[in-house]
Design a protein around this ligand. Structure first.
Ligand code: GDP
Length: 317
């Protein structure tokens, strides 16, 4: 059976795409089943895009940067989808602080599609829906997918696990900035961009140099891609072409399809672990778990003995 949204979605109709995303975001079981059927139908048509993750502290200029880059790419004939992962909006269940007003020019561009972060549910749920939204956007013909992390420091790993490459925006005052950037986030970055280079060109050059040194230290020998550090101004547009050149070089040098296969496998295993845990948990007797936990806490059993007892109810120690 062909889902009614399938044909208009594959024809690139935005309304169908928006509705399909709403279906994917729904937590109602019948919607979930429907969404999975639709995703399975359109999956063979997905995958033809470059998936770029973007992060940076609030105020670094992410919205301005995505808007400037997005308009540039859409003007050049690309179809650009902008998605956001925002765990804070997930937590408050709410307000998706107007992505549309954050990117006014891109919002009205016929070649662009902007979707705010889904609200409700834990970060894991938001990440899952964003993955599925990427598939839908690709099936609708979007060939550049920009996934922005809006939250602070929680969603980067998830976004890096669903994109081909990861762009980290920083500020010209690199000394201060480097201290603020967690090492883990630097390790995820394939392209670092010192944004707002127009505000202090000399500081931006220093920041770039420091970033280059840091990236060299972090990059393992023989890695297929050496992360780069660039300078740009989202406000004036300077340096944006070089950023896109770096994205294209990355795609030419790294086996993106292989990376995606690895990402999907990890994702499958993660879902399997979650599902297995839920299924197992449903069969546990809470009173018995409680009693064993107390035994372990009191030192009457080792933790391993406690868990073994739960897994083999007949072999109680
Ligand atoms: P976000 O919180 O990371 O999304 O940051 P915004 O895109 O909202 O930008 C924060 C502020 O920095 C806004 O007032 C922007 O106009 C400004 N801004 C962003 N990029 C640049 C830039 O390259 N140069 C200058 N001078 N200002 C910028």
């Amino acid at each position: 059976m062909v889902h009614p949204l399938s044909t208009p979605l594959l024809a690139g109709q935005r309304r169908a795409l928006a509705k399909a995303i709403t279906l994917v975001e729904s937590t109602r079981p019948e919607h979930e089943r429907e969404a999975q059927a639709l995703l399975a139908e359109v999956l063979p048509r997905a995958g033809q895009s470059v998936r770029v993750g973007l992060t940076g502290v609030p105020g670094v200029g992410k919205s301005t940067f995505i808007e400037a880059l997005g308009v540039r790419l859409a003007d050049a004939g690309h179809r650009v989808a902008v998605l956001a992962v925002d765990p804070s909006s997930a937590r408050t269940g709410g307000s998706i602080m107007g992505d549309k007003t954050r990117m006014p020019r891109l919002t009205v561009h016929p070649g662009a599609f902007i979707r705010p972060s889904p609200s409700g549910g834990a970060l894991g749920g938001v990440a899952r829906r964003t993955r599925e939204t990427i598939i839908l956007c690709e099936a609708a013909g979007y060939d550049v997918i920009l996934v922005e992390t809006v939250g602070v420091g929680q969603s980067e790993t998830q976004v890096a696990a669903m994109t081909d490459l990861f762009v980290l925006l920083t500020l010209p005052n690199a000394g201060d900035e480097l201290q603020g950037i967690k090492r883990g986030i630097m390790e995820l970055a394939d392209v670092c961009v010192v944004n707002k280079a127009d505000t202090n060109p000399a500081a931006a050059v220093r920041a770039q140099t420091e970033l280059r040194a840091a990236l060299t230290l972090l990059t393992p020998h023989g890695a297929p891609w050496r992360p780069t550090a660039l300078r740009a101004s989202a406000l004036t547009g300077e340096g944006l072409a070089q950023v896109w050149d770096a994205v294209e070089s990355y795609c030419a040098q790294v086996d993106v399809q292989e990376k995606r296969r690895a990402q999907t496998t990890v994702w499958f295993d993660e879902l399997l672990r979650e599902a297995a845990w839920r299924a197992f948990q449903a069969r546990l007797d809470p009173a018995r778990v409680q009693a064993l936990r107390a035994d372990v806490a009191a030192g009457r059993l080792t933790a391993v003995q406690g868990v073994t007892a739960l897994l083999q109810p007949d072999a109680a120690p």
